[in-house]
Design a protein around this ligand. Structure first.
Ligand code: UDP
Length: 324
């Protein structure tokens, strides 16, 4: 297939691009390099530097002719979205609307979108099925849910074939590519930065949650498993239908359990500094991935230790991330 990958210079987009290339697909990456890294663009992919808000360059890029689009490009920092919601609505919602318009005009009718567990807000119970109420707790989550709805409506009205994959917590590395967000807000790379000696202590946000050890519980999925789900979802798309799938392992780990696992994997002591709760963090987010398991046969193959182990290897090979 000829694939257009928006956000293909970012963590998840670059690795999905590398997986697509390894499977024999052709890949063009559309990325504004605002947060992505040129060095993350895998060999063999074409890089088109452009912004989803620039309708002209988007139309030109999409017009080159593609069988499908993997749409990763987005702003993703929750506290920033609270402070500057307009940036999130513009980049994530208007940007996607521009993309959908361009795809309709060019006759590209298949799309897989990176949605998020953040659409569920604070769930009533876990594991969370796709039928759970969507009540995002942040403008970031609102912007992703708005796109899920936009895609459902576009499928119904114009025959787009689309899937929204609602990611839980993604980690790990693959094909020599890894996670290098700036600023980094995610737990695993922040814990590993301490193991690598780049920070003194892990900041632990909140120890008084209603969870077994008082710290937040999350569901971690390896980037390789996550990437595999994209291609299963892509193969199964049907015109006029919008598929929605959660992507998690179904198992929850507390922040303290993640730190303990990282101590084992890295052999480093990993001191912890307790901090107040981080605004907007739900106590427990664990996916039910039953739907994608039964519809597409997807099963995660990597556990938390493998996720942290692969992230740690990548960090040791790239001590300065993509600035090397
Ligand atoms: N967290 C933490 N220290 C960090 C980064 C994250 O204690 O340096 C906590 C965070 O408060 C949350 C969990 O780890 O409870 C997972 O956060 P992350 O940002 O990785 O993912 P999220 O679940 O927010 O998407």
């Amino acid at each position: 297939m000829r694939l257009l990958v928006t956000g293909g210079a970012g963590y998840i987009g670059s690795i999905c691009s590398a997986v697509a290339l390894a499977a024999g697909h052709r890949v063009a990456i559309f990325d504004n390099l605002g947060h992505g890294h040129k060095a993350a663009v895998p060999a063999g992919a074409e890089l088109v530097e452009g912004d989803l808000l620039d309708e002209g360059s988007l139309r030109d890029a999409v017009g080159a002719g593609f069988d499908a689009v993997l749409h990763f490009a987005a702003l993703i920092v929750v506290p920033e979205s609270v402070a500057r919601p307009e940036r999130y609505y513009r980049n994530n919602v208007v940007g996607t609307l521009n993309l959908v318009d361009a795809l309709r005009q060019a006759g590209v009718r298949r799309l897989v979108f990176s949605s998020t567990a953040a659409v569920y807000g604070e769930p009533e119970s876990v594991p969370i099925p796709e039928s759970a109420p969507t009540r995002p707790a942040s403008p970031y989550g609102n912007s992703k849910l708005a796109v899920d709805r936009l895609l459902a409506d576009e499928c119904a009205a114009h025959g787009l074939a689309a899937a929204s994959l609602r990611y839980f917590n993604v980690g790990g590395a693959l094909h020599g590519l890894g996670e290098d967000h700036r600023p980094e807000t995610h737990l695993i790379p922040n814990v590993l930065a301490v193991a690598a000696g780049r920070a003194e202590a892990v900041e632990l946000f909140g120890t008084d949650y209603d969870t077994p050890d008082g710290t937040c519980v999350r569901d971690y999925v390896h980037i390789e498993d996550l990437a595999a789900a994209h291609f299963l979802a892509l193969e199964a798309l049907e015109a006029g239908r919008h598929d929605v799938y959660n992507l998690g392992s179904g198992s929850g780990y507390s922040v303290l359990e993640v730190i303990e696992t990282a101590r084992r994997v890295t052999g480093r002591p990993l001191p912890v500094q307790e901090r107040p709760r981080r605004p907007g963090d739900a106590p427990r987010l664990v996916a039910s991935s039953q739907a994608i398991a039964s519809a597409l046969g997807w099963q995660p193959r990597h556990d938390l230790e493998a996720i942290i182990g692969d992230a740690w290897s990548w960090m040791q090979e790239h001590p300065n991330g993509y600035s090397d």
